[in-house]
Design a protein around this ligand. Structure first.
Ligand code: PLP
Length: 400
């Protein structure tokens, strides 16, 4: 018998399986509302014009080479990432109490962050929202956290935040638990706490000695405004929390396959920053050793040049506004068909949690060639002015 004869087939990853089925589908009406990537109104991927510009400059630059980057990453990129999330005037920045390690996307940042908390600080209980992006559980599980707890988040009946459940779960969490929070544009529900609710959550987390880890995968996608979207993270810093933030540039720069992220760490004292960084360096050394350079070069060039940065913010607004338009259009079309989908307008970011049940989702996938997750999550960018009538009519049929 061979070594591998008893290896079982692992369960498929739903979102990628859905994309594969979509690709194979030959129906002309097919629509992909699955994978979380931006699409134009033509249904095409979009390389941001500012990214194209920097790539052209980069291709002509004879001084660049393929030497290893430092293990902790490219310095001007890390600094720019911190300032984008926290703001230049953040007390953590002015008091040198923050630094970042370049990571392979948001996923890599979460991975090294969870690793540090488990293996350097001995934290063993981690809280994730119910529902959340599937990889939170996957990463925590693979690092051996002994308790992965889901906190209440979504009120299914009222299709809004279950704030009382959320607070009660934090109140009962053991001290030293890691609490994974979505900074904005919660995936998959599109529902974020209000500022006032964040204040209350912060108060509980302070009192209960819980450790916040913000997952920041969508800065700029919730409101189109980078500062607004970073508000909860900045507020927690102001309140004096020590915390981590996993930053991704996959979505807001459209650099999905370049793997561009940062694990940002904020301490109460500047003297612990070099210690944390040195431990992170060991974790990275044994995980991927050195980060890739193409994506972080683009992001650093844009963030450190005022006119490129303006251009990027314009590109970002183009994406955010198209999503808002699709929300409104879907709402309008469904209204004409007799449905009141207020939640599709109220939800923020790339996703909408439609409230469609598994059976209705299966109907859309199998009968209508409209691919969405079984939870009812749809990527709003998969909708276009061209396929909207078809999708709205199909949803109408699923609902009636
Ligand atoms: N966190 C959330 C909530 C996400 O939705 C995603 C991507 O879909 C990520 C993190 C990770 O993004 P990436 O590793 O592609 O940068």
């Amino acid at each position: 018998a061979g070594w591998f004869n008893n290896v079982d087939l692992a369960p498929a990853i739903e979102v990628f399986q859905l994309t594969a089925r979509y690709r194979e589908d030959t129906d002309p009406h097919k629509v992909n509302l699955g994978v979380g990537a931006y699409r134009t109104d033509e249904g095409q991927p979009w390389v941001l014009p500012v990214v194209r510009n920097v790539e052209a400059m980069k291709a002509a630059d004879q001084t660049l080479n393929h030497e290893y980057l430092p293990i902790v990453g490219k310095p001007d990129y890390r600094k720019a990432g911190v300032e984008l999330l926290l703001g230049k005037a953040s007390p953590a920045v002015t008091q040198n109490r923050v630094d970042a390690i370049q990571a392979l996307g948001g996923t890599g940042a979460l991975r090294i962050g969870f690793d540090f908390l488990k293996n350097r600080l001995g934290m063993d209980v981690i809280y994730i929202s119910k529902p959340t992006w599937g990889n939170h559980r996957g990463i925590a599980k693979s690092l051996g956290y002994s308790k992965i707890v889901e906190y209440h988040y979504w009120n299914e009946e009222k299709m809004c935040l279950n704030f009382d459940g959320f607070k009660a779960d934090l109140e009962s969490a053991p001290p030293k638990s890691v609490i994974v929070l979505h900074a904005c544009a919660h995936n998959p529900t599109g529902v974020d706490p209000t500022h006032e609710q964040w204040e209350q959550l912060a108060e509980i987390m302070k009192r209960k000695q819980l450790f916040p880890l913000f997952d920041c995968a969508y800065q700029g996608f919730a409101t189109g405004d980078l500062d607004n979207d970073a508000w909860p993270v900045r507020r927690f810093v102001e309140l004096g929390f020590e915390m981590f933030a996993a930053q991704s540039f996959s979505k807001n720069f459209g650099l999905y396959n370049e793997r561009v992220g940062n694990l940002i760490f904020i301490s109460s004292s500047s003297s612990s920053i070099p210690m944390i960084r040195s431990q992170m360096e060991i974790i990275v050394r044994t995980t991927w050793s050195n980060p890739p350079s193409h994506g972080c070069h683009i992001v650093a060039t844009v963030l450190n040049n005022p006119s490129l940065r303006d251009e990027w913010e314009t590109n970002l607004k183009t994406m955010a506004n198209r999503i808002l338009q699709m929300r409104q259009l879907l709402f309008d079309k469904l209204k004409v068909l007799g449905h009141r989908w207020q939640h599709v307008i109220d939800q923020k970011g790339m996703f909408s949690y439609t409230g469609l049940n598994k059976q209705q989702c299966d109907f859309l996938v199998n009968r209508k060639h409209i691919y969405l997750l079984g939870s009812g999550r749809v990527n709003m960018c998969g909708l276009t002015t061209k396929n909207m009538d078809y999708v709205a009519q199909a949803i109408h049929e699923a609902l009636t």
